[in-house]
Write a protein that binds this ligand. Sequence first.
Ligand code: C5J
Length: 223
Amino acid sequence: MTAIAITSATPTPFSLAPGATALIVIDMQRDFLLPGGFGESLGNDVGMLQKVVAPLADLIAAARTAGVPVIHTREGHRPDLSDCPPAKLLRGSPSQRIGDPGRFGRILIQGEYGHDIVDELAPIPGEVVIDKPGKGAFYATELQSVLADAGITQLLVTGVTTEVCVHTTVREANDRGYECLVVSDCVGSYFPEFQRVGLDMISAQGGIFGWVAPSSAVIDCLA
Ligand code: C5J
């Protein structure tokens, strides 16, 4: 498939090369999205993240049909917390901390129910799932070699939260030479102003970290 221009992307049209593109789905985990989970225990309105699920399910379906690889990530830690820096463990003053027992098992611990991806967006057999201890998907993971092996140079970036793990991953990817298109209605923040400013920051200054476009424009190009 040859490159197709997503003309509605900001700050400039994005030249999508489906054969060199992967869809990255960041941290769409029960602990962040479900009522009673870790995200809500921090005082957040999880409805702000749940809005992302329906458009993202449509985008994932379009990517699968077009043969664009879908790569999922999950933020979390080993049961013994040996990969969780004390500074991360102790940050803030949540009612529950990483590793504590929560409504969906131990919070953000690999293998627990809450650590896994919400049912609507579950990976299908053959899709890569990257377990990451940090906010960025490249730090201490195999993502870069997975992308290199598949000849990927462009990333469609989705998931949560816009200003934390999405931003960190886009910045890491940008520094590694990947062209990143962030799909505006497929990323979510608990904070409306962070969502708006977070997206603006990516495409500001001529696209300092990447491009932004809605899922409808991306799906049209993949069809
Ligand atoms: C956070 C994430 N916000 N996936 N994680 O702690 O953005």
